[in-house]
Design a protein around this ligand. Sequence first.
Ligand SMILES: *[C@@H]1O[C@H](CO)[C@@H](O)[C@H](O)[C@H]1NC(C)=O
Ligand SMILES: *[C@@H]1O[C@H](CO)[C@@H](O)[C@H](O)[C@H]1NC(C)=O
Ligand SMILES: *[C@@H]1O[C@H](CO)[C@@H](O)[C@H](O)[C@H]1NC(C)=O
Ligand SMILES: *[C@@H]1O[C@H](CO)[C@@H](O)[C@H](O)[C@H]1NC(C)=O
Ligand SMILES: *[C@@H]1O[C@H](CO)[C@@H](O)[C@H](O)[C@H]1NC(C)=O
Ligand SMILES: *[C@@H]1O[C@H](CO)[C@@H](O)[C@H](O)[C@H]1NC(C)=O
Ligand SMILES: *[C@@H]1O[C@H](CO)[C@@H](O)[C@H](O)[C@H]1NC(C)=O
Length: 561
Amino acid sequence: MRFQTSATLVATALISPGLATYAPVSTSCPSTSLIRIADGLSDGEQTYRTARKEKADVALADWLLKTSCGFDTSGDLPTVALTSSGGGFRALLGGAGVVQAFDGRDSNVSTSGLYQGITYHSALSGGSWLLSSIIANDFATISSLLEIWKPNFANGLFTPDGSNATAVFADISADIALKKAAGFKGTVADAWSRLLSLQLLPGPNYGVDNTLSTITSLSSFIDYEMPYPIITAQNVDLSGTLCTPPANGSVWEFTPYEFGTWDPEVAAFTPTAFLGTSVSNGIPSTNSCITNYDNLGFVLGTSSTLFNDPTEGATEAPAVLLANLCQATATTSSNSTSTVDPLTVEFEEDVFSLLTEIPAITFTSAADLFATWPNPFYKLTSAPLVSAQQNLAMVDGGETGQVNPIFPFLQPARNVNVILVNDNDGDTAALYPNGAELRNTYLAASAAGLTRMPFVPSSDVFIAQNITERPVFFGCGDSSKATVVWIPNAPLTPAGGAIETAQTVINGTQTESLVANGVAVGSQNDSKEWATCLACGIMEGTGTVLPAECRACLEKYCFTQ
Ligand SMILES: *[C@@H]1O[C@H](CO)[C@@H](O)[C@H](O)[C@H]1NC(C)=O
Ligand SMILES: *[C@@H]1O[C@H](CO)[C@@H](O)[C@H](O)[C@H]1NC(C)=O
Ligand SMILES: *[C@@H]1O[C@H](CO)[C@@H](O)[C@H](O)[C@H]1NC(C)=O
Ligand SMILES: *[C@@H]1O[C@H](CO)[C@@H](O)[C@H](O)[C@H]1NC(C)=O
Ligand SMILES: *[C@@H]1O[C@H](CO)[C@@H](O)[C@H](O)[C@H]1NC(C)=O
Ligand SMILES: *[C@@H]1O[C@H](CO)[C@@H](O)[C@H](O)[C@H]1NC(C)=O
Ligand SMILES: *[C@@H]1O[C@H](CO)[C@@H](O)[C@H](O)[C@H]1NC(C)=O
């Protein structure tokens, strides 16, 4: 009998090896404060950034000189950041292609090597799936990730594991039950996160052991090989009448060291490792703190959680269910032409079946539609925007119509000079971007007083000037602005780069062709001219003498009215 009992236990453990670890864990609190007022960068980021930039500068100089021997790389080189946009699997795969086109370890095109010259990489929603998969796999190349992604994506997000989705849903339900038993809320966002983890993150039990704070223990982080990662999300104050963030909603940052926002009405950060802790006015409410709440799957799931935003006018049962719980109010965004990532009815049906197959999820209030994060800034008087909220109800980072996570790089403290914006939004009928989202960021940045964002016209101007399908530089010639290099997804290969944001099953052929189109976007068909012009755009703000070729480049790529 004894043997049988332990055999049963072993069998259970084999099905769900790290099961216990999705639950947050109680631990002793750090001796340092859980709150840091946002008066600059954290010590951790400052140290990382300095060491990373030293490495990046060597690679950047190499790459610049490869494009033209005329660049003067003897002085201070610009700090360069990359942003990977939202847009579901389209953004994940198109964004991956752009990373591959820039990654000197993984391609041999005109732009290869630039990724090694980048100091920061931010992402949201579908882009955060990409960034998380890269960093959790210890700064893996896109080629190696494709081997993990292809079979998983071919199975489909809602029919995971090929063999037995029922068992997967049962595991996920058990995970959520454990989180709830530990005293926390578990919602549809947790289920969504666990499904995404299964597809993207390494390790047993759907990558459950990956947390954002433990990225710091990976060798590529210790060696400053990876750009410093930043994942963004938004929040909703559920005490109001809205279930979607306002146009001026705070942009929240998740990084390996800290979570918080620069929004002046919060302007504070907390250590990522202790997220989940119940904190009141900066003091832990009990003698113990929480770890393991910062599950990386839950972070990337939070950044892409959009169940609060049902399709308008949908009459299908799941949409009605969601709409009844949450008042779906259109964003008040200044003339936004598109709301981000609209759920299709089909997608909602998939979500609905997810809900019914995961008994640990209950649906009784609007809060059940959000990713719940205990609010580290609860009762913090210097954070009036959220100080009354015990929990932060978090959603997709793109829900205010800013699908490119640019805000982190407009902060003067980060002093980023060049922002490479890979936009994979599906604004047009053909599901390519038309500048509308970049315009939204310009408007929101202006309203928020983030003056490093250069002027961006409305999408009508992009269309009139025929610049929706190729890169454009904004902020040329103005040293008070960052240079924004907009790199839009466009159909540069026969198969193109467009799939619906809501498509969640992708066969291996399509996965490869979407990445290949992204490589074509990043390198503009392996164009030598583009690489040189991109280098000109990167160096344009340095005040150094540029090679003669740059004249024509800046004329072609710098936006003028
Ligand atoms: C990259 O391609 C060029 C030709 O386009 C070739 O000369 C070079 O050897 C290649 N480098 C590597 C590392 O494959
Ligand atoms: C799938 O998993 C469920 C739950 O673990 C189990 O009851 C069922 O027998 C499995 N089906 C197959 C075909 O393996
Ligand atoms: C947005 O603007 C409103 C009024 O203009 C203000 O009350 C609110 O605090 C702002 N919200 C954020 C998130 O900054
Ligand atoms: C919004 O559109 C209206 C009318 O099209 C225009 O008058 C207004 O200036 C626009 N607002 C912004 C912030 O672009
Ligand atoms: C618009 O731009 C594309 C790509 O840059 C180019 O192929 C096309 O000829 C242009 N069309 C017009 C009307 O200028
Ligand atoms: C890239 O190549 C495709 C054909 O494969 C062509 O249609 C497109 O115009 C090219 N684009 C650029 C920017 O060279
Ligand atoms: C893969 O998916 C694409 C797009 O849906 C489809 O056209 C193609 O036939 C599929 N290929 C295979 C081998 O199933």
